[in-house]
Design a protein around this ligand. Structure first.
Ligand SMILES: [Zn+2]
Ligand SMILES: [Zn+2]
Length: 136
């Protein structure tokens, strides 16, 4: 393996480790800032490119939410909660409903690989904060 190849393999591993170490669905920018702590020479472009490669290869997953895309260490299919006030993304504690995929397939003939669900609303921290603000 040549030096350049070795460096890019190392960088990809570093980006992967960073995503796997965070369980809060970070943005690409947050991953870039974390990665910079461990490798100060890594560029934003390299981090973004590796995030795309890792998503394509299925080593990480990515969640599309109304603001910036988020990255997820979890590879199993699950739903998300998105706080429209602070942008927080959490996992929804309900099982993935495979029956819905089957139902759509039977009714439309469409071959469904998966569905994605994002529940939008206010997280408990934001609800508390907003209530406090109203009382002041
Ligand atoms: Zn919130
Ligand atoms: Zn998730």
């Amino acid at each position: 393996m040549n030096m350049k190849k070795q460096r890019s393999t190392k960088q990809r591993k570093l980006v992967l480790d960073t995503v796997q170490s965070r369980h809060d669905h970070p943005t690409a920018d947050q991953i870039y800032l974390d990665t910079r702590q461990k490798d100060e020479k890594i560029s934003r472009g390299t981090v973004y490119r590796n995030l795309n490669l890792l998503s394509e290869s299925g080593d990480i997953s990515h969640v599309k939410v109304p603001s910036a895309d988020r990255y997820d260490f979890r590879l199993d299919r699950h739903y998300h909660l998105f706080c429209t006030n602070c942008g927080k993304v959490c996992d929804a504690p309900v099982p993935y409903q495979e029956a819905r995929d089957k139902q759509i397939e039977q009714e439309t003939g469409f071959q469904v690989s998966r569905h994605r669900t994002i529940f939008e609303g206010l997280c408990s921290d934001c609800q508390k904060r907003l209530t406090q603000e109203q009382q002041q």
